[in-house]
Write a protein that binds this ligand. Sequence first.
Ligand SMILES: [Zn+2]
Length: 161
Amino acid sequence: MTKESPHERARHLACAAWVEPLPDKERVWLDGHLEACAACRSESAALGAGVASVRVADTRAAATLVAATRRALEERATELDDARLRRAGLLLSCGLSALLLLTLLGLQWRLLGAGSWFHLSPLTWQVLSLWLWLWPAALVVALLALHRRLAHVSRAEWRTT
Ligand SMILES: [Zn+2]
């Protein structure tokens, strides 16, 4: 590690002094250096002027900008909530379908065999069997779509009030 030159040390301390008070020992050293070194004194004065100009600048945002930013943030938060809900619904529907497949596989196999009793084509029974397997996923998708629709209506009502 290279040792800091007195001018670099003065620059660092002058910057730090604008953030928080320096310990007495460093304050005394900095004051002594600035008194003796015109370059560092000038740089410190320029830094002070820059900090002062920032402090007096009006940083308040216009009310319309604040409202637009708030609205954009709320919309983004809603999008993220919807995406999280969609992922949860997808996982839930996959889980339900897999569970139903495992539990009803034997029953479906017997139903496929029973199809011949009713003289239905194997294709009809296969489609019915597929529907038995898919209905939980279809139910979850329908519930998610309903939830999204209700949330959209609720947000629209909230904005108009
Ligand atoms: Zn200096």
